[in-house]
Design a protein around this ligand. Sequence first.
Ligand SMILES: NC(=O)c1ccc[n+]([C@@H]2O[C@H](COP(=O)([O-])OP(=O)(O)OC[C@H]3O[C@@H](n4cnc5c(N)ncnc54)[C@H](OP(=O)(O)O)[C@@H]3O)[C@@H](O)[C@H]2O)c1
Length: 241
Amino acid sequence: MTSSTSSLAGARVVVIGGSSGIGKAVAARAAGAGARVHIGSRSADRLAQAAKEIDGATTGVVDVRDEESLRAFFATVDGLDHLVVCPGDMAVGSVYEVSLDHVRAALDTKIVGQLLTVRHAGKKITPGGSVTLIAGAAGFKAYPDMSATAAANAGIAGMGRSLALELAPIRVNVVVGGLIDTPLWSFLPDDAREGLFAQTAQSSPVARVGRPDDVAVSVQHLMENTFVTGAVVHVDGGGTL
Ligand SMILES: NC(=O)c1ccc[n+]([C@@H]2O[C@H](COP(=O)([O-])OP(=O)(O)OC[C@H]3O[C@@H](n4cnc5c(N)ncnc54)[C@H](OP(=O)(O)O)[C@@H]3O)[C@@H](O)[C@H]2O)c1
């Protein structure tokens, strides 16, 4: 017998990086499934806007690069069932030219930030609950000028698999997104971004770039399916083939 009620109904879901892009789509999906959603990111304005869009969502300001900020954020969270960590950043540029500040910021946000988020949330997650980390295809397919971003994304996958053993019976999974149309790409001039998206769609087996909800639906599955842990799930339209 099947039930149409999601196990997320009534669950407490915290999404770090939940005010934009993939994280906001995850938060909206979880809220739609009946979860109580709490989202965190750095900008109070972006959080306020997201809270208007996501039914019942509560918010808190947090910067994953700052351990005190994470400690304060999770001090306001009594307990949770699912944690999704997707703070966005990337360092793009030739190894000879990319600024060290950008490299450090990207690694701090994506590697150290995800690890510290788990450190401060982990003991509050109910057994059988889950952690989902978000990585990107650059860690699994080589692109020029993406060495720091590749290192960060490959690192997240290794981190997730190790945490899956360490945190059991809390489940830990990683979703590896392909190119997803989110504000993360707004650093590119419009014509360069459109060109990149068109070229990526053209070479993709599914002939399009991703939407935030393409990733969110897989994150929802990983939160709900209690038999999946240590998985690295690629959601990239076959782009890494
Ligand atoms: N878009 C893609 O093509 C793609 C593909 C694969 C993987 N990814 C990964 O997926 C994750 C989400 O990316 P996205 O495309 O959804 O990006 P996005 O639309 O730019 O959203 C990033 C979110 O992270 C928050 N954030 C950034 N730095 C933070 C920090 N230090 N502390 C706390 N929150 C922070 C942002 O809010 P504030 O600015 O308010 O902090 C925002 O809510 C990233 O790790 C990204 O690398 C993206």
